[in-house]
Design a protein around this ligand. Structure first.
Ligand code: HSE
Length: 412
């Protein structure tokens, strides 16, 4: 019998307890051992819960119990999760976590501690909820050089954008619904401002290229500026707006990495990833494109990935799962303004700007929409360095044009 502890009884934690209890027998067969939840750490009380006797409020109870060999951290947030996980690893306990904030900020350090102590630190659930992606990148695709990874990595924002696109639902209403369904972060700013997607692409980038990319190194834009007007222009252009996290290695050895909304053409596989679903495209030099698709958030999908890691830990008490990346470096990420992209630009002007646009951008593609307001115009620039686009947009503004929004065009 293997004793484990679960830290955090929120959406994911309660899902983990549910799955481990509901599937106890089949899990025991797969793990070749019975798994028992000895403690559940949470500061709240859960009177009447069938697990009432397992709840504890002090982390020290877990730390000081040598019987507990695996700790599941599903509290979220950096502190105290980081401190607890570090102490567990330093005290002989393997750790499984769904906490992307923790892995994105401290992954290299915690992996090193786990390695030093011959323990496992597993985090399949930290990216893509129930979608297998950490193991596929670290094991199944290990023969490849990863050329690029691009994905829809946040279920909440994808849910909101889908509601805006399909039902013309307002942003706030769609967000409230995502919260009610248990998709959103405790503070949904992390979803809608792109921080959550940023953490996930950092984890994938670190894993794929072997060196830590920290969230503060990544240019990140969320979806708060996306309006129904942009959604309509995207449709007129032949696509949809999606929040994309993207990373690729450039010949200098640095990485280009960004999180931002993009127009994707309808025929792109990622354009058809809707609702709370996530889609992650991994472009390998041998495999070509491999796409992973499934529910990227929610109680049971995420719990499924956590419990699979627990099973893996039980099966690998004597052998470490090979997951590792080095510390990052301040100059490892290329300035996003060096990236090449085409750009949708929506503007408002009292006079005709087509001449000015042609002068600045050459052959820009005009797009029109049914409900355009007087003076409104939109176009898509040719592919250029982003810094050149920014400089030309500044010149447009100087000439008295009001820029309503700009969105990159995804070549995916
Ligand atoms: N808030 C996250 C999302 C949860 O919406 O994708 C899963 O990481």
């Amino acid at each position: 019998m293997v004793q484990i502890a679960v830290m955090g009884y929120g959406t994911v934690g309660s899902g983990v307890v549910e799955v481990l209890t509901k599937h106890a027998d089949s899990i025991a067969v797969r793990a070749k051992e019975q798994i028992n939840i000895k403690y559940i750490l949470d500061l709240r009380d859960f009177p009447g819960s069938p697990f009432e006797s397992k709840f504890i409020k002090s982390f020290d109870t877990i730390l000081n119990d040598p019987e507990v060999r695996i700790v599941v951290e599903v509290m979220g947030g950096l502190h105290p999760a980081y401190d607890y996980v570090k102490m567990c690893l330093e005290n002989g306990k393997s750790v499984v976590t769904s906490n992307k904030e923790l892995v994105a900020a401290k992954g290299a350090e915690l992996l090193k501690i786990a390695q030093r102590n011959n323990l496992n630190f597993l985090f399949e659930a930290s990216v893509g909820g129930g979608i297998p992606i950490i193991r596929p990148i670290s094991q199944c695709l290990a023969a490849n050089e990863v050329v690029e990874i691009a994905g829809i990595l946040n279920g909440t924002t994808n849910f909101i954008l889908t509601k805006m696109i399909r039902e013309k639902m307002g942003f706030d209403e769609a967000l409230a619904l995502a919260q009610k369904l248990g998709y959103a972060e405790r503070n949904p700013a992390a979803d809608i401002e792109g921080a959550d997607a940023c953490r996930k692409i950092c984890i994938l980038a670190s894993l794929a290229y072997g060196k830590h990319v920290y969230p503060e190194q990544v240019h990140t834009e969320g979806i708060t500026k996306i309006t129904l007007r942009d959604v309509e222009y995207a449709a007129a252009w032949g696509g949809v707006v999606k929040l994309i996290g993207m990373v690729k290695r450039v010949p200098s050895g640095k990485v280009q990495i960004i999180v931002c909304p993009m127009f994707l053409p309808r025929e792109s596989q990622l354009a058809n990833v809707d609702d709370v679903f996530n889609g992650i495209m991994v472009r390998g030099d041998s495999t070509g494109d491999v796409v992973f698709y499934g529910k990227g958030a929610g109680k049971l999908p995420t719990a499924s990935a956590v419990v699979a890691d627990v099973i893996d830990c039980v099966k690998h008490f004597k052998a470490r799962k090979y997951l590792y990346w080095d510390d990052g470096a301040p100059d490892y990420v290329e300035d996003y303004l060096e990236n090449e992209t085409a750009m949708y630009i929506c503007l408002k002007s009292e006079s005709d700007v087509s001449g000015k646009v042609k002068e600045l951008f050459g052959t820009a593609e005009q797009i029109t929409r049914k409900h355009a307001e007087p003076g409104e115009a939109a176009f898509v620039t040719p592919v250029m360095k982003e810094k050149d686009i920014v400089e030309r947009i500044a010149r447009l503004s100087e000439s008295g044009v009001e820029i309503l929004n700009t969105i990159r065009i995804g070549d995916l």
